[in-house]
Design a protein around this ligand. Sequence first.
Ligand code: NAD
Length: 480
Amino acid sequence: MTARTPITVAYGDGIGPEIMRATLDILEAAGAALEIEVIEVGEAVYRSGIPTGIPPAAWESLRRTRVFLKAPITTPQGGGYKSLNVTMRTALGLYANVRPAVAYAPFVETKYPGMNVIIIRENEEDVYGGIEYRQTQQMTEALKLISRPGTEKIVRFAFAYACANGRRKVTCFAKDNILKITDGLFHAIFDEVAKEYPEIDSEFWIVDIGAAKLADTPEAFDVVVLPNLYGDILSDVAAQIAGSVGLAGSANIGDVAAMFEAIHGSAPRRAGQDVANPSGLLHGAILMLLHIGQTEVAERVHNAWLTTIEDGIHTYDIYQDGVSRRKVGTQEFARAVIERLGRTPRVLQPARYPARSSPPPAAPRPAAAQRKTLVGVDMYLDWTDGTPRRLGELLAPLGNGRLRLAAIFNRGTVVWPDGLPETFCTDHWRARFLGREGTSLALPDVIELVGRAAQAGLDVIKTEHLYEFDGRPGYSAGPS
Ligand code: NAD
């Protein structure tokens, strides 16, 4: 007998316990070799005063088993509660979110019968650090973080996934026509890694037109890799247009741990009625079986599920007159799947998985360090006392002998020395000082500049230091 793999299970909130019971019944009947540890996370834990929704005992189990099958949970309304999923992803290093978006025509209604796209979303970086500030009356801001190792890990994962799963093409979406440094890095690393996989086609789209194409012609895509925010949005769009929000599962994979779930929430209005569709969580569980190497069981469960769908045995959310044959509840649906274990679908494409479909961890390669030189500073000010010209008059003398005022920006637009009077200005100003010709700058130059500005009565709210890396600017462009 196969050794049992220890996994951690959370029954969750709302419809969670019902769909988890149905899912585990199917896995057991299919012969999955699992050693289950049950933990409690979610609503009750939040309400007991733990702001992450995850008690210490749950962390102990997760760190022991490193495999987590999680039913949806309810995040209570009101402030102070942290997103459990974001905590899990960052604390356990689950950098890759894998979401298949598959159409099951003609049995489940869809506009795109041929759709079969894998969305691979970077899970740890981008704006999801939740690093935000308000430093003036009018302005708010958020920090978008994109790192070389973080990007390399997700892009390598996407190509390795494509190879391991017989996929032909990886597409990358980003917005590097605007975000030239952050999304520019994502794009550049995509191009670098793509060269290592000549057998896989690669293509890049600016995210806006790429999203439009995905929503219009999803059949044109195979594996799509995206930074966190675009991936968050487009994985939901992909699931919705496939017609399968209630059917889709998701894997969150890291080098040492992995979490599997349905993409939908806890649907509290449907709780306790035995009507919810367990298919999304079951698909999460199939991804888990593949991850832990129980490929045959994954295939058996998946094919029994496809046969059940083909036989027209449907829960209320996908039931259609004329297509469906029997409307069933959660547990009856599970029994129907169990009865079909060992069968393969006749119309839908049967599931066939390679022996090892989970790609090996993709170690980022250390890049050679580049020469870093301080060349200036962007000094941010909270200021409401007049025109850009007036601000220029106040700031220009502060440069002294080593720095010179090169430009003033408001919301990214240059307003000094050559701005237009029509430009709307907020109270949030950015003054760019660059080193004078032949000056080599150091941190004290920046500190002294801020000191002079404070003495002049200006409200300096932050500085961003301007560096060159091997002579190339590490800051967004403006006049030099
Ligand atoms: P939801 O996904 O729970 O429900 C959206 C709609 O889809 C509802 O009409 C619901 O009845 C239906 N639905 C969802 N799953 C279904 C299923 N399996 N079978 C049949 N119908 C189903 O989204 P929501 O209402 O916005 O969120 C409810 C709660 O879930 C919130 O507390 C939210 O924070 C939480 N949530 C949790 C997760 C997670 O744990 N991963 C994800 C999303 C939302």
